[in-house]
Ligand binder design. Structure first.
Ligand SMILES: [Zn+2]
Length: 304
């Protein structure tokens, strides 16, 4: 079902609700002079591709545009490309190993009324897209960089907290009237929201530094002390965010890395060694093993 968002823009919510995707990934259909641009074709689901084609109706889909290469945003790209012949536009260096988009975008590339804004942090290849409505109202398709329902996961090495701070400041300095995020509804007053997200991270970072003033920590123990999450997937996501914060502090010479712990934290050891079902594109067993290993990494405050 195509939900009207703004003049010339509709969205379809993919049927992939979850703790990482809210009600589901947003696929946007943007009307242009030559046809429709589809921003984020969504997860690899036949049903979702059929919904996009049905929503487009007689209007031709002329391009597929990706905010980043996470599978809940780009999984349907190959299938939609096959069905429409529309070329895929994405950042020139894909986060998905071996993937090359048809049209390689850079920071500030302009096409079909959209302008790419490189916003690494959640993903190294993340782009937001500026768009002007017919009345010249400036909006930004914000992907997973800025959403309202939750702060984005920043998972190293593709995710980078230092870059995320920079990218938040970059969009805060812009004068967009609305953001259209990758999950959830249209966001008014988006600079205030971006500022809140940055403040939230800074508060988290202060708590991490305060914890390091007391003792050294491995990533898992620090995450479980700071985040009160019962759900195992959220628990694991917390370790990724904490690692991202600590690696930022390491890059800033505030903490130093020690020898990792030999054993996994008991709460991590209890989690299944891999999620059930097939792994999403771009995720390998190696990625999962590395992420578990990362939870043993140990850091301490650098002596003043
Ligand atoms: Zn994402």
């Amino acid at each position: 079902m195509l939900l009207p968002v703004l003049p010339g823009i509709g969205r379809i919510v993919a049927q992939n609700p979850g703790i990482m995707t809210y009600h589901g990934t947003n696929t946007y259909l943007v009307e242009g002079a030559d046809g429709l641009s589809v921003i984020d074709p969504g997860p690899p689901s036949e049903q979702h591709v059929a919904d996009i084609l049905a929503a487009a109706g007689d209007t031709k889909i002329v391009r597929i545009v990706l905010t980043h290469s996470h599978f809940d945003h780009m999984g349907a790209a190959p299938r939609l490309r096959e069905a429409t012949g529309a070329p895929v536009h994405a950042f020139h260096q894909s986060g998905l190993a071996g993937y090359t988009p048809d049209i390689a975008l850079h920071d500030d590339t302009a096409f079909a009324g959209l302008t790419a804004v490189h916003t690494p942090g959640h993903a190294a290849d993340h782009l937001c897209f500026q768009f002007l409505l017919p009345d010249a109202t400036k909006i930004l398709f914000s992907g997973d960089h800025v959403m309202s329902w939750s702060s984005s996961i920043v998972s190293p090495p593709d995710g980078d907290m230092l870059a995320y701070y920079r990218s938040l400041r970059r969009v805060m300095a812009r004068d967009d009237v609305y953001y259209l995020p990758g999950h959830g509804p249209k966001l008014p007053h988006p600079q205030e929201l971006a500022a809140e997200l940055l403040a939230h991270r800074q508060k988290r970072e202060e708590a991490i530094i305060a914890a390091f003033h007391k003792q050294e920590w491995n990533v898992a123990a620090l995450a479980f002390t700071l985040y009160d999450k019962a759900d195992p997937a959220l628990k694991f996501a917390a370790t990724r965010n904490v690692l991202a914060h600590v690696l930022k502090l390491k890059a800033e010479n505030i903490v130093t890395e020690l020898e990792p712990d030999r054993a996994l934290h008991p709460d991590i050891a209890r989690l299944p060694a891999r999620p059930p079902g097939p792994l999403p594109p771009g995720v390998t067993q190696q990625t999962i093993d590395d992420s578990r290993d990362d939870t043993r990494r140990r850091f301490a405050l650098r002596a003043a």
